[in-house]
Design a protein around this ligand. Structure first.
Ligand SMILES: [Zn+2]
Length: 452
């Protein structure tokens, strides 16, 4: 039976903030310089070979700091173990971050700049002086006076999404391996590729992680703990027209492009679009249109926090397709909807301990926890659905996927401290409440019926 003393919250005496800050700065700088942009058009896994440049570096660094079971899987995930310092039935906690960066903006030649002791003025990025980070435009920046702010140089994204998460987990692992007096159970580490293109969770990942609970370090503001994401479906609309030489087309041509345009035009435009909704509202988003008079396609994503809403969005799209079909019987319009991911709340609300402990850990290091639903998905959505409860924790990253991206070193530092505390809480709370649940029980939870 383990006896883990209830120790006071970690303070500066147990963790040197300046040492953490330096290490986090160095790590983020090193990782951000490596181009790891994902490519949605690729069919390989990982989608781009260059992600291996960072994955292999992490294998080497994990081995160097003394992590155990370090390996690179054939689907491009780096896995490792930090062995426990406490004994007993302590749940295994996995910490995850993704190495890829978004295809939305250039990730080549990233040149991170550290703005030390930020004074609160506009930050003008040197490689494109039209890119200005103003605290007026970005109020969160205004709250970071005195922090060290890391930005890109103006022509690329920074890639703090999610290399801030990678840097935090690496720094945390190094710290824990050096300070064996800090109580924690078995910790699993996972660095994954291709999160940005929705392919971060390989079917083997949950089994390979072999953990009871996981957290992604892929969130934003200090204190953010996300356990609600969108539920997501994708729709493929196909319009088959009748193609014929335009010179002989009278009464014969059925132009698929016109019909596709009519579908787009008939869909709601002043409501139910991403640009007209926020908070807990869902949307129908046409994001790609392609084709010829002979055949055209529309790619549509459907999003809602609730399954009823998601279903209604799908029915609306199908109704619109049927209406346009009725105007032109010679065309053939089909709309097929496939499931993408589900709101992790449907599973987590059955056992809120992963969130409650994260909130408690925040408070113990004087951070106000906050949970706002994410208008998107995370790798955690899929992992949770597969039976591994995986809420998302803050890293500090801001304005992601573009040249205005930035992160406060001190936010990353606080995230690292919070994780030390969180792992301690898992070790100590296991004494009274938790027992490592058998695999059969975990499977049962993964089968929770979310329909209805
Ligand atoms: Zn991310």
């Amino acid at each position: 039976m383990a006896t883990v003393p209830i120790t006071p919250p970690m303070t500066q005496s147990t963790i040197e903030r300046s040492t953490l800050d330096r290490e986090l700065t160095e790590r983020l700088d090193r990782y951000a310089r490596i181009d790891t942009q994902a490519d949605e058009r690729s069919t390989t896994s990982p989608s781009t070979k260059k992600q291996y440049d960072l994955l292999r570096m992490l294998v080497d660094e994990l081995s160097a700091i003394g992590a155990e079971d370090v390996r690179l899987t054939d689907y491009g995930a780096v896995l490792a173990t930090v062995p426990p310092t406490s004994s007993g039935d302590i749940p295994t906690v996995a910490l995850l971050a993704h190495v890829d960066t978004a295809p939305a903006f250039s990730g080549t030649g990233v040149n991170p700049i550290v703005h030390r002791n930020y004074a609160g003025d506009d930050i003008i990025l040197p490689d494109d002086p039209t890119v200005v980070l103003s605290p007026k435009q970005f109020p969160y920046l205004g709250a970071k006076i005195g922090d060290d702010i890391i930005t890109a140089s103006g022509t690329t994204l920074l890639g703090a999404d999610d290399k801030a998460g990678v840097a935090i987990i690496m720094t945390l692992a190094r710290h824990l391996l050096e300070h064996r007096e800090l109580p924690h159970g078995r910790i699993r580490i996972g660095f994954t590729p291709d999160e940005e293109i929705g392919r971060g969770v390989h079917a083997n990942l949950p089994a390979d992680l072999d953990a009871d609970v996981a957290y992604t370090l892929d969130g934003a503001e200090l204190g953010e703990i996300v356990y609600e994401t969108f539920s997501a479906d994708k729709a493929d609309v196909h319009v088959q027209g009748v193609s014929i030489h335009p010179g002989q087309a009278k009464d014969k041509l059925v132009n698929a492009l016109h019909l596709a345009a009519m579908i787009v035009d008939t869909l709601p435009q002043v409501t139910l679009t991403p640009e007209t909704t926020d908070g807990r509202q869902g949307f129908v988003h046409v994001y790609q249109m392609s084709g010829s008079p002979a055949a055209a396609g529309l790619q549509v994503i459907l999003r809602d926090f609730e399954l009823d809403g998601l279903r209604a969005h799908g029915e609306l799209l199908q109704q619109v397709c049927a209406t346009i079909q009725a105007t032109e019987p010679r065309a053939r319009i089909t709309c097929s909807i496939t499931q993408q991911y589900r709101n992790m709340r449907y599973w987590l609300e059955h056992d809120m301990r992963p969130i409650e402990l994260a909130r408690d850990a925040c408070r113990r290091v004087s951070i106000n926890p906050a949970s706002t639903p994410t208008r998107g998905g995370t790798d955690g959505s899929r992992l949770t659905e597969l039976g591994l409860p995986t809420p998302n924790l803050f890293t500090g990253m801001q304005n992601i996927h573009g040249p205005h991206e930035w992160v406060s070193v001190q936010d990353m530092s606080r995230a690292t401290e919070m994780c030390v505390e969180l792992l301690r809480l898992w070790a100590t709370s296991a004494q009274d409440a938790g027992r490592r649940r058998p695999a059969s029980e975990r499977q049962a939870q993964s089968a929770v019926d979310w329909v209805g």
